[in-house]
Design a protein around this ligand. Structure first.
Ligand code: CAA
Length: 248
């Protein structure tokens, strides 16, 4: 099996950590790319993935900074090899109703969650098409599909991610590169645990499976899409939400 380089933005986060583990288990050299400013969190992450220390590496990356992102990804490519698998899992929330939302709360979410996808894909897409192989998975959200109270910024960014996914999928389909979205529902992550308990309980009551998702339940879908054998799936969105939102 070819060892591919897989880069996961938001790689030390709740979903990101589990995605790193899955992709490492599948034989990839995994780069967990995330802000290097939270040293305690980086150290905790390295402890959590210690059993994969030969195949998971941390690299600092700020997806919100276009030029910085291009420079960091060029440097990572030079040291680890060309990136064949890109998972955009970096995401933040600034929840509040639109009538109270500041311009900063809007732009922070759009910059990290949506511009960040442009910044990483723009830096890596030529390498993938030139080599004739690539897998891009964008972590969107059920709240991009349904809209969520208090999340005009987040829902807009997450819906935008899937529009981006479909458009790019068409552009690179003949070059061996697939581009897909995964839309998680409410999972056991810090982001969801930050939702006020009463609101969270109400949300869980509306999940047909009756519980929050576990990060590995998202990660295994990402890993599936990144496999060499998943070459005929592109421009798709895979919902993983316990039945919280069903459509076809
Ligand atoms: N639907 C309708 N009305 C609602 C409501 C809802 N879902 N939630 C609150 N309200 C009502 C309140 O009852 C209140 O009514 P009154 O004024 O009549 O009392 C009114 O709206 C205003 O409430 P707040 O002043 O509390 O509103 P706020 O602007 O401070 O925002 C909030 C509240 C922060 C948005 C809070 O409701 C919240 O945290 N909601 C959950 C948001 C959420 O699900 N975020 C997901 C984070 S995890 C994630 O994003 C990962 C993923 O992809 C799934």
């Amino acid at each position: 099996m070819t060892q591919r380089v897989a880069l996961i933005t938001g790689g030390i986060g709740g979903l990101g950590t589990e995605i790193c583990r899955y992709l490492a288990r599948s034989g990839n050299r995994v780069i967990a790319a995330d802000l290097g400013t939270r040293k305690e969190r980086v150290d905790a992450f390295l402890g959590e993935v210690d059993e994969f220390k030969a195949s998971i590496f941390f690299e600092p990356l700020d997806v919100a900074d276009y030029a910085g992102c291009a420079a960091a990804l060029a440097d990572i490519t030079a040291r680890h090899g060309p990136v064949s698998i890109l998972v955009n899992a970096a995401g933040i929330t600034r929840d509040t109703r639109l009538c109270k939302m500041s311009e900063q709360q809007w732009s922070e979410v759009i910059t990290v969650n949506l511009d960040g996808v442009f910044n990483t894909c723009r830096a890596l897409i030529d390498g993938m098409t030139e080599r004739g192989f690539g897998r891009i998975v964008n972590i969107s959200s059920v709240n991009g599909q349904t809209g969520q109270f208090g999340q005009t910024n987040y829902s807009a960014a997450k819906a935008g991610m899937h529009g981006f996914t479909m458009a790019l999928a068409r552009e690179v389909a003949r070059k061996g590169v697939t581009v897909n979205s995964v839309s998680p529902g409410y999972c056991e992550t810090a982001l969801v645990m930050a939702v006020p308990e009463a609101v969270r309980e109400q949300i869980i009551g509306n999940i047909p499976i009756g519980r929050l998702g576990k990060p590995f339940e998202i990660a295994r879908v990402v890993d599936f899409l990144c496999a060499d054998d998943s070459a005929f799936i592109t421009g798709a969105n895979i919902p993983v939400n316990g039945g919280y939102f069903m459509d076809f």
